[in-house]
Design a protein around this ligand. Structure first.
Ligand code: THU
Length: 135
């Protein structure tokens, strides 16, 4: 699947559906995310908080787990919404998480329009930086 086939409305609807599954009793801030994988399937995730606050999982953690649980591949498009169904930015840590699993040129629906992963995480540290050190 190529990036010109992305149906952003469908993707956002999947993110909203995921957001409705969020477990966020502490922040009361539900988050849902969804992504197209390069084979055309849509995956999603919601945030799951914890009484031990720091252990809470961002919605992107669930999404990446689902990516691998359902066959792997690379992310080509991503959308993130809050409980008001507004588009929000993935947090810094989650941009790194997304970068690891992104196809080159992966697109994100952001508060300032469609942007690439390189625009939202410039000069990223990633798997290629470790290649020559791998044993
Ligand atoms: N949150 C996410 O799930 N993803 C993000 O990219 C931003 C923040 C969650 C974490 C926490 O459960 C709640 O939003 C408030 O920070």
């Amino acid at each position: 699947m190529s990036t010109d086939q992305i149906d952003w409305e469908t993707l956002r609807k999947a993110a909203v559906d995921a957001m409705k599954r969020a477990y966020a009793p502490y922040s009361n801030y539900s988050v849902g995310v969804a992504a197209y994988v390069d084979d055309g399937r849509i995956i999603s995730g919601c945030n799951v908080e914890n009484a031990s606050y720091g252990v809470g999982l961002c919605a992107e953690c669930g999404l990446v787990s689902q990516l691998h649980m359902t066959g792997g591949g690379k992310l080509i498009a991503f959308s993130c919404v809050n409980g008001d169904e507004d588009i929000i930015m993935p947090c810094g840590r989650c941009r790194q998480l997304l970068y690891e699993h992104s196809a080159p040129g992966m697109l994100l629906e952001t508060v300032s329009g469609i942007r690439t992963i390189d625009e939202v995480l410039p000069d990223a540290f990633g798997p290629r930086d470790l290649e020559e050190y791998a044993r």
